[in-house]
Design a protein. Structure first.
Length: 119
């Protein structure tokens, strides 16, 4: 089963268009891929997946969102053991950011640091 992908922009209700910032990427395959859990943007404000998405949008960095975690956040209760996430990124934790050069950034703090460095 392939992981579902969503093109993310500042306003997810509109089609993705290149932002008018230096971070805009015209080609979707050059956008970073952000792997998030099923809580996505709907989670509480302190949720790591939500915080990373808010930071990317605030900075104007376009990305492709991949919902890679479904079910319980507790590993032994999780039916989906995130094999597809591990195959795509080598990581098993969310959020994970895969850059266009193939680099992988895991842990929301590390991703937020990378986002800060882009501005």
């Amino acid at each position: 089963m392939a992981l579902p992908t969503v093109q993310a922009s500042k306003d997810d209700s509109l089609p993705t268009e290149p932002a008018s910032t230096s971070h805009a990427v015209d080609e979707p395959n050059l956008r970073p891929e952000l792997f998030v859990c099923h809580g996505d943007d709907g989670g509480p404000s302190f949720h790591p997946c939500r915080r990373v998405q808010e930071a990317l949008r605030a900075t104007g960095i376009e990305y492709t969102k991949v919902i890679a975690g479904h079910g319980s956040p507790i590993p032994f209760l999780r039916r989906d053991a995130r094999e597809e996430l591990q195959a795509a990124t080598g990581a098993r934790k969310l959020p994970t950011l895969k850059l266009s050069d193939g680099s992988i950034i895991t842990n929301s703090r590390a991703i937020l640091t990378w986002v800060d460095q882009q501005s």
